[in-house]
Ligand binder design. Structure first.
Ligand code: SF4
Length: 218
């Protein structure tokens, strides 16, 4: 099913976006269409054209990865944003989280997962002349923004590329996010992404709650 631009697209509640000093070229790590709809709308309204970087080797299995990837590509094309899709290589991600399989969501495994993805993003940014990078990983209120920011700043430290730690939940963006998820009718994700989140007891319980639209909205 093709995505269609909602009639009210452009009505971002975040009408004043203050850009980081010296930002010339922005790379945005995007995890899925539901998480980035309201952020991309805000960029569009402010005339900012970042490149989207879909680096998510955590997503399991491949079929789920491809569903999320293809929807993100469709959204990027609809909104006329450039995007980069690195190869789907999961080996390093699994090696990084080894021993943390039984951690709960927002625990130590997620710290490693965020750090791995944002470090790869910052490395790509460095190699391709981006001055800044940011991420949509913390757009859901169920993600720990401090944990995501710690990973972002660690990636900045490792590469020298500046992490833009804007809070993409403030100024009405959470409400706007949920509205756009419904209006676009994005794919209904049932877990955060990795095999461990899929198999977790929380997932087993939560999939039976009808109010849940996507895993990112839990
Ligand atoms: S639960 Fe989500 S953030 Fe945590 S390790 Fe799995 S995919 Fe990464």
């Amino acid at each position: 099913m093709s995505l269609v631009l909602p009639d009210d697209f452009g009505q971002t509640p975040k009408t004043k976006l203050v850009l980081p000093e010296g930002m010339e070229k922005l790379l945005v790590q995007v995890c899925c269409a539901p998480c980035c709809g309201a952020v991309l709308e805000c960029f569009k309204v402010h005339g900012i054209k970042p490149t989207l970087f879909f680096y998510n080797p955590n997503i399991h299995p491949r079929a789920e990865y491809e569903k999320r990837r293809d929807e993100l590509i469709e959204l990027a094309q609809l909104l006329d944003f450039e995007y980069v899709i690195p190869e789907y290589e999961t080996k390093e991600w699994f090696a990084a989280v080894k021993g943390l399989e039984h951690e709960p969501e927002r625990g130590a495994r997620c710290t490693v997962c965020f750090t791995e993805r944002l470090t790869a993003t910052a490395m790509y940014a460095k190699e391709h002349g981006f001055t800044h990078f940011t991420t949509t990983l913390a757009t859901s209120r169920w993600k720990n923004k401090k944990q995501v920011d710690a990973a972002g700043f660690a990636a900045q430290e490792a590469t020298g590329v500046t992490y833009w730690s804007e809070d993409w939940r403030k100024e009405g963006l959470v409400t706007r996010r949920y509205k756009l998820v419904k209006e676009f009718n994005f794919y209904n994700q049932l877990y955060c992404g990795c095999v461990f989140s899929k198999e977790s007891a929380v997932y087993q319980k939560d999939v039976n709650i009808p109010a849940i639209k996507t895993a990112c909205e839990k």
